[in-house]
Design a protein around this ligand. Structure first.
Ligand SMILES: NC(=O)c1ccc[n+]([C@@H]2O[C@H](COP(=O)([O-])OP(=O)(O)OC[C@H]3O[C@@H](n4cnc5c(N)ncnc54)[C@H](O)[C@@H]3O)[C@@H](O)[C@H]2O)c1
Length: 362
């Protein structure tokens, strides 16, 4: 077969790169390499025979997907949505990543309805935001207990009275008991599921109608890597987070079915351990490390603005899906080898205050 020669001019990467290289020591070598590579690439891509090979399409699609993942991961997606004027209802905003997300939403020009069961803490969040330049007229803070439907409804009423319909719901409030299955009390189990899972359905029911009538909305679920893989010593929490992931998926598919997906998006966030104190003392699962609350808050905000559906933080946490391809007997050995079986042995969490609303002091 004779060599293909493109009729139009060969794209020359070296022309664009030359000014960037300045006085680089190997400038001539780099320019020569770029020239020959440009020629080879142009010939390759402009040859009609190239596009008749399925392998090229498969590799091309994989490359595009990886480029998309990379752009999203580093917040480089050029199609980020503006959140100016959005009304955010954020639960568990009294500390941890809730407070940091509130600051980021506030800085982007959102109106903030912030709630927490801990009223002094939510008032501290207000001061924290004011000190950092979020306008007072954009902040509404109040106490609300996510384990109570009445409290959720009352929170909805306060938020609507302050800023009208909610357009971004962030289900962030969460608790962990840190007990082995046989040590769990009925009230621990019920409260964990009420706050981490059941409240999500009630808040969605509270705010989705407003999002539909506004034709604008975003539902953000703060789940966990514990919602993707079970660990010993964390049964109630894992179960509740698996539930949260499932709720997100059901609502997303429902929105698609009803056609509301065109303007109401969902984002499910599954972070590994974060140094907020909630999982104080836990071990590590190789190759993951304790995340900083700021990096998690940044990633959540970029995920919302890039309208991503599902985010594992850090990205390599997606390895849990790979592990699920193995039979349980092999999967369990791999995860134990990585340290997963001992991770909760050293758990301290927030001590007796780790489940607000429950007295754990006896
Ligand atoms: N910290 C981690 O390692 C980690 C890892 C993955 C996912 N998460 C999830 O991230 C979210 C935020 O966690 P965090 O690390 O910022 O912890 P945090 O303890 O600092 O924040 C949780 C907030 O929820 C509030 N809260 C507790 N019970 C409540 C209730 N009944 N009603 C309303 N508010 C209530 C608390 O007062 C607290 O302010 C949680 O959903 C948690 O499960 C945390």
């Amino acid at each position: 077969m004779s060599e293909f020669r493109p009729s139009s001019k060969v794209v020359d990467l070296s022309t664009a790169a030359a000014p960037l290289l300045g006085a680089a020591k190997y400038k001539a070598v780099i320019i020569a390499w770029l020239k020959s590579t440009s020629k080879k690439l142009t010939i390759f891509f402009m040859n009609p025979d190239t596009w008749k090979r399925p392998k090229v399409w498969i590799i091309g699609l994989i490359f595009l997907r990886l480029a998309y993942v990379f752009m999203n991961e580093y917040g480089l997606n050029p199609f980020k949505k503006s959140l100016v004027g959005d009304h955010v209802f954020l639960t568990g905003a009294g500390g941890g990543i809730g407070r940091l997300m509130a600051l980021r939403f506030g800085k982007l020009g959102c109106k903030l309805s912030l709630s927490d069961i801990d009223e002094p803490a939510i008032n501290q969040t207000k001061d924290y935001l004011l000190e950092r330049g979020v306008p007072a007229e954009n902040i509404c803070c109040f106490g609300a207990d996510m384990s109570s439907v009445e409290s959720i409804k009352e929170g909805g009423r306060i938020a609507r009275e302050a800023f009208g319909d909610v357009t971004i719901l962030v289900n962030n409030a969460g608790i962990v008991s840190g007990k082995q299955t046989l040590q769990l009390t009925e009230s621990m189990i019920n409260r964990t599921f009420a706050v981490n899972t059941i409240s999500h359905i009630h808040t969605i029911k509270e705010f989705l109608p407003g999002m539909k009538s506004q034709k604008r909305g975003h539902i953000v679920t703060i789940a966990s890597v514990s919602g993707l893989a079970g660990l010993p010593g964390i049964t109630d929490y894992c179960g509740s987070k698996f539930g949260a992931v499932a709720i997100d998926e059901c609502v997303r598919t429902e929105l698609k079915k009803t056609g509301d997906w065109a303007y109401i998006k969902t984002t499910c966030i599954c972070p590994y351990f974060i140094s907020t104190g909630m999982f104080e003392g836990v071990g590590n699962i190789f190759p993951l490390y304790m995340l900083s609350p700021d990096e998690v808050a940044d990633r959540i905000l970029s995920g919302v603005r890039q309208e991503e559906n599902f985010i594992v933080i850090p990205w390599r946490g997606n390895m849990v899906f790979l592990a699920n391809l193995f039979p349980a007997v092999i999967k369990d050995r791999i995860s134990n080898f990585m340290g997963a079986d001992a991770v909760m042995d050293t758990f301290q969490g927030k001590g007796d205050t780790r489940m607000p609303g429950l007295d754990l002091s006896e």
